[in-house]
Design a protein around this ligand. Structure first.
Ligand SMILES: Cc1cc2nc3c(=O)[nH]c(=O)nc-3n(C[C@H](O)[C@H](O)[C@H](O)COP(=O)(O)OP(=O)(O)OC[C@H]3O[C@@H](n4cnc5c(N)ncnc54)[C@H](O)[C@@H]3O)c2cc1C
Length: 411
């Protein structure tokens, strides 16, 4: 079969937020990149995932010149509500730590990034199949694939970025005797719905009750996103719309009961939970970014934000690596180009990742009920919840972690 081949500085596997933001920021530094993406543009645009963006994530979208829709269409949230057995406590982010978060759905983030990349003539191959990454332990790595028309393609590059999400095939190219996989699973999942209804509340409500957890979120003035805790084996079709709303209403019941705004449910999904870290996030001419290197449960709203902070830390290190490569070539040096900048990226990024892992794990266990837990566990959790909400220091810990820590240096 004939093969279309081309050469760029950096080949990127995965056209999600991590892959596209990497491509755009590399271009801003005069570094060429090509992206291969397994799904179609339309399919990714329709996938509902993240909603909460930290301030540095919003800044990156604006600074990367992907457009200002995040500022015009996104909603600034200066706080959030934690509810326990129907008693609400507002965590005032601005008052506690002087920061906000923005509600702007991931599919819009994706749309903005993809539009900017394509508008600027960036190379992207949608709906590819049989993606292979080769030679990451050599100085001639490449990506091969079948394009949407079934035509074989090949991208030759100096470096490959694996931004291929939580089931990453790229990370498996880091040999097992080099890579350590750290992970934990959870005995529950989220049942997520989208429904045609106006907002139930102006800010997110994270609620814990004797029947488990629920999250009331928003999408826009007429579409709402909500989740409740369920067994990972739950089949969405087994739940009627009425049963879903009744259950969430029960979680929200109590002294500060909120009346859910109901409407036709237009999407139902079950999302399993997992925490995962790959260490190191680089090997030879391969480097990982985003969910490919680490996955967090969605409770702390950290995954997309972490993916962006990876990219912010990665791009200067890629430039440094490529500069070293060019200088070595000009000097006709025999020694292989130093991958030290990429190793530095991995080390510094993992420090941040573990902070986010901790917050996501902690918030998940604080806000969910373990199946079959005893009275001691429930009362202990209540004590932990009161310790957070009843003290300005506890509230500040939540606010500081939720709104995100300062961004990695852009240099
Ligand atoms: C319900 C839910 C709510 C969430 N809420 C939040 C939130 O509020 N805030 C937050 O920050 N995060 C949140 N997240 C996490 C966030 O969605 C992810 O962390 C984010 O998508 C990571 O971006 P990424 O680019 O690394 O990976 P992805 O978005 O998964 O992109 C990877 C891309 O690679 C492609 N791909 C995979 N394999 C291949 C291959 N072999 N070849 C080519 N392409 C490939 C995939 O099709 C995909 O498009 C949430 C997640 C879920 C599920």
């Amino acid at each position: 079969m004939s093969q279309t081949s081309n050469r760029v500085d950096v080949g990127i596997v995965g056209g999600g937020p991590a892959g596209l933001m990497t491509a755009l920021l590399l271009k801003r530094r005069g570094i060429s990149a090509a992206v291969v993406e397994r799904r179609s543009h339309g399919e990714i645009r329709r996938t509902q995932r993240a909603g909460i963006l930290e301030a540095p994530t919003v800044d990156m979208l604006v600074e990367a010149e992907v457009g200002s829709r995040v500022l015009t269409d996104g909603h600034e949230h200066e706080g959030t509500v934690l509810s326990f057995d129907g008693v609400q406590h507002r965590i005032d982010f601005q008052e506690l730590v002087g920061r906000s978060v923005w509600l702007y759905p991931q599919n819009e983030v994706f749309h903005d990034l993809a539009t900017a990349w394509e508008r600027e003539g960036g190379q992207i191959h949608w709906s590819v199949q049989e993606v292979g990454v080769h030679g990451v332990d050599s100085d001639q790595p490449s990506i091969t694939f079948l394009d949407a028309q079934g035509q074989a393609g090949r991208i030759e590059a100096d470096l490959i970025v694996g931004a291929d999400g939580s089931r990453s095939m790229c990370r498996r190219l880091i040999p097992e005797d080099v890579r350590t996989d750290y992970f934990t699973t959870y005995p529950f999942a989220w049942f997520g719905i989208l429904c045609d209804a106006p907002p139930t509340a102006p800010e997110l409500i994270y609620a814990n009750s004797e029947v488990g957890f629920a999250l009331i979120s928003q999408r826009n003035e007429s579409v709402q996103r909500m989740y409740f805790q369920c067994d990972p084996e739950t089949k969405p079709a087994d739940w009627s719309d009425a049963a879903i709303f009744d259950h969430i209403q029960q979680v929200l019941g109590g002294p500060d009961a909120v009346n859910l705004k109901r409407g036709p449910i237009i999407e139902k999904t079950v999302l399993p939970f997992r925490s995962y870290v790959c260490d190191p996030m680089t090997f030879g001419r391969l480097v990982l970014a985003g969910d490919a290197g680490h996955t967090v449960p969605p409770t702390g709203a950290k995954g997309l934000n972490l993916a962006f902070s990876d990219v912010r830390a990665l791009v200067p290190r890629v430039e440094e690596f490529l500069t070293g490569l060019r200088q070595a070539a000009e000097a006709e040096a025999d020694a292989p180009a130093s991958t030290a900048p990429l190793e530095r990226y991995s080390r510094t990024t993992l420090d941040r990742v573990w902070k986010a892992q901790n917050f996501s794990y902690w918030a998940t266990n604080l806000l969910h009920r373990q199946p079959g837990e005893n009275e001691f566990a429930q009362r202990r959790r209540r004590g932990e919840f009161d310790a957070i909400t009843g003290s300005v220091h506890g509230q500040a810990y939540f606010a500081d972690s939720y709104t995100g820590w300062s961004a990695p240096s852009p240099n």
